[in-house]
Design a protein around this ligand. Structure first.
Ligand code: HEC
Length: 129
């Protein structure tokens, strides 16, 4: 029993730290439905900045993209896009960057959020081990 509990705890810790806890295929569909109108997953920009190499990059760091003052300030204040900040931002953009010009109210379902992040993570280099 004790051993099982420890094993489960360990599993939860590693899942919490892993990037790909969401479903990449579902995330791709969700991205296509909800994000692709404004974002690419390469370096090119549309209405929003390209989201390649997003994981672990500071907010507002795509050169040449005209971010809102609020997003630039978030970057200067040290906001970095990781699982935690992205989960919050995609759920409710203005909870992370008050005044962001991203015209998107957020995804309500935590599974959708995790799936989109898992999909985006496939366009980022793997985290250093
Ligand atoms: C209506 C257009 C629009 C939609 C839809 C949209 N975004 Fe954005 N997104 C933007 C804009 C514009 C910005 C820049 C905001 C700013 O400067 O305040 C942005 C910024 C971002 C950033 C910060 C990027 C950086 O370089 O700092 C992330 C991450 C992001 N969007 C993810 C998403 C995801 C994931 C979705 C879908 C769930 C989505 N966006 C849907 C327009 C959009």
């Amino acid at each position: 029993m004790v051993r099982t509990a420890i094993a489960i705890a360990a599993l939860m810790v590693s899942a919490g730290g892993a990037l790909a806890q969401g479903d990449v295929t579902l995330g791709e569909q969700m991205f296509g439905d909800r994000c692709a109108g404004c974002h690419t997953v390469d370096e090119s920009t549309k209405q929003g900045p390209g989201l390649a190499s997003l994981i672990d990059r500071p907010a507002a760091s795509v050169e040449g993209f005209k971010y809102s003052d609020a997003m630039i300030e978030a970057g200067l204040a040290g906001v970095v896009w990781n699982i935690e900040t992205l989960s919050k931002f995609i759920t409710k953009p203005r909870s992370v960057v008050n005044g962001s010009t991203m015209g998107f109210t957020g995804l309500r379902n935590p599974d959708d959020v995790a799936n989109v992040i898992a999909y985006l993570a496939t366009f980022s280099p793997p985290p250093a081990q």
